[in-house]
Design a protein around this ligand. Structure first.
Ligand code: NAD
Ligand code: ZN
Length: 383
């Protein structure tokens, strides 16, 4: 089976990030056909994530320009390259920046302990496809780099087959695109990375979409006390709706927040804590508010480049555990479709994360402004 456009270059609109610290530019680009092991997809909807903005704002020292950002999307397969068997034209897919090659020789894919398949890591980081070339050309025929193996701020993009999570076509792509990054990350941090048990106590620092999905996941896991921490008290209402039992603004407390949580709000600290801010001093607070003897703290936030974490080693000697997660530990191709099924069944609602909607890829800069506004959880742009 093939589509009318298969095998030929496609001209379409895309947002091109020409350089750091400048607005993206809507341009007509050419998307070349997928090569062996690759899939060309029509992007139906893309949600903005802070990692896109982090690169756009020039904070990522490895950020390459010009590039096409975007990595939280819902797509339909347009055509496939040679040897691709797991998806076909018309399939609905979520591009995943963490691929899953599933090869028997991949010790990462074969291990239940991790989702970090390194198969295309090198080229993905260099902004190119696995064969070392790009599929995007600007109007002058010059190369445009890929981003996180996804580049979904374009009406069409090319991704590796091993980055394609094939999902139930009944799911609305303009909603379930959220499972491409932030929401899956928060849920997975709770369920996979920390394996939070029933009756646990939890503290969540930072109540953006990621922190709120940690709260949602912790509630589902049966946590009895969920402390939500943010310097923006406007986030507390939604946090409570999702399951937070206590909300605290560190600015209202006259001692370090970790002492308040581990001494006033609980007796010995919480069983699990999560940093969803990306700030290294908050990562420290999150570790230090953990329960003596067993408390586990998980770093989810992406810190500014060059920043380092610190604490007194005694914190770990006395039983606290410091860990981190990428994409919530979910193996992308096998587990993202399961999240979508749960959403379709009605037991994993995500509608509340979509606070802003836009129409047309050209509205992506408006969505970036919305994301910066402070009351935005996720802005979804439908193409
Ligand atoms: P967001 O900006 O929407 O939310 C961050 C929240 O932290 C905001 O509500 C903000 O008010 C709050 N905050 C800021 N400073 C604070 C402080 N000192 N104390 C308490 N709260 C504070 O971001 P998001 O989309 O929810 O993402 C959160 C982080 O997760 C980002 O760093 C993002 O890059 C990262 N992330 C990581 C992964 C991963 O795989 N590890 C995946 C997606 C996102
Ligand atoms: Zn992301």
């Amino acid at each position: 089976m093939s589509s009318a456009t298969a095998g030929a270059p496609i001209k379409c609109k895309a947002m091109v990030a020409r350089g750091p610290k400048q607005p993206m530019v809507e341009e007509e680009i050419t998307v070349m056909p997928p090569q062996a092991g690759e899939v060309r997809v029509k992007v139906i909807a893309n949600a903005l994530c802070h990692t896109d903005i982090y690169t756009l704002d020039g904070h990522d020292p490895e950020g390459l320009f010009p590039c096409i950002l975007g990595h939280e999307a819902g797509c339909v397969v347009e055509s496939v390259g040679e040897g691709v068997t797991s998806v076909k034209p018309g399939d609905h897919v979520i591009p995943c920046y963490t691929p899953q090659c599933c090869e028997t020789t991949c010790v990462f894919c074969q291990s239940p302990k991790t989702n970090l398949c390194p198969k295309i890591r090198g080229t993905q980081g260099q902004g190119v496809m696995p064969d070392g070339t790009v599929r995007f050309k600007d109007k002058d025929g010059k190369d445009i780099f890929h981003f996180m193996g996804c580049s979904t701020m374009s009406e069409y993009t090319v991704i590796a087959e091993i980055s394609c999570a094939k999902i139930n076509p009944d799911a609305a792509l303009e909603k379930v695109c959220l499972f491409g990054c932030g929401i899956s990350t928060g849920l997975g941090a709770v369920w996979n990375t920390c394996k939070v048990e029933t009756n646990s106590t939890v503290a969540v620092f930072g109540l953006g979409a990621v922190g709120l999905s940690v709260i949602q996941g912790a509630k589902i896991a049966g946590a009895i006390k969920i402390i939500a921490v943010d310097v923006n008290p406007k986030k507390f209402e939604i946090a409570k709706q999702l399951g937070a039992t206590d909300c605290v603004n560190p600015k209202d407390i006259d001692k370090p927040i970790q002492q308040h949580i581990a001494g006033v709000m609980t007796q010995w600290g919480v069983d699990y804590s999560f940093d969803c801010t990306g700030k290294t001093e908050i990562m420290r607070a999150a570790l230090e508010c953990c329960h003596r003897g067993w408390g586990t703290s998980c770093i989810i936030g992406v810190a500014a480049s060059g920043h380092e974490i610190s604490t007194r080693p005694f914190q770990l000697v006395t039983g606290r555990v410091w860990k981190g997660t990428a994409f919530g530990g979910f193996k992308s191709r096998s587990q993202v479709p399961v999240l979508v099924e749960r959403n379709l069944r009605g037991d994993l609602d995500i509608d509340h994360y979509i606070t802003h909607r836009f129409k047309g890829v050209g509205e992506t800069n408006a969505a970036v402004d919305a994301l910066h506004s402070g009351d935005c959880l996720r802005a979804v742009v439908e193409y």
